[in-house]
Design a protein around this ligand. Sequence first.
Ligand SMILES: Cc1cc2nc3c(=O)[nH]c(=O)nc-3n(C[C@H](O)[C@H](O)[C@H](O)COP(=O)(O)O)c2cc1C
Length: 135
Amino acid sequence: MTNKAIIYSSTTGKTRKIAEYTARELKADVFDLKKQTVINLSEYSHIIFGTGIHAGKPYKAIVTFLENNEDQLSNKKKSLFLSCMYKEQKGEDQLAKVSGDLGINDAFFFAGKGEKNDEGLDISVDDFIKEMRRR
Ligand SMILES: Cc1cc2nc3c(=O)[nH]c(=O)nc-3n(C[C@H](O)[C@H](O)[C@H](O)COP(=O)(O)O)c2cc1C
């Protein structure tokens, strides 16, 4: 089984909610970059990053963490989720740009619109968790 960590940055708490729920479901460790910026990644084989989006860009804490840990991260599986407001094609285009800039191809976004699960989260978060289990 892969050992997973979720590392996120959140301003208003939406990314945090998704990160914490996903961590519970996957039995993954979860790290808030607002509280901790140095993380020992050695025991993890799969790192899932989460961030909100301001003006088309991921939060600085995620960008900085990826830059500071480039070597440690190079041989690990990486995934990304965005908590954002753009949906449909605009959301897809934004996702392609952000995941390209961050160098993480395995990427998903949650626009917080539409049907919700029991946790009050976008139902596509549950599909995302299923995907993450397969990684
Ligand atoms: C100042 C500001 C700028 C934003 N810009 C974008 C944007 O360019 N694209 C987008 O999809 N969402 C944008 N959003 C929406 C946030 O990304 C969204 O609310 C996200 O869920 C916030 O995550 P957080 O609660 O974890 O900080 C913006 C929100 C704010 C307040």
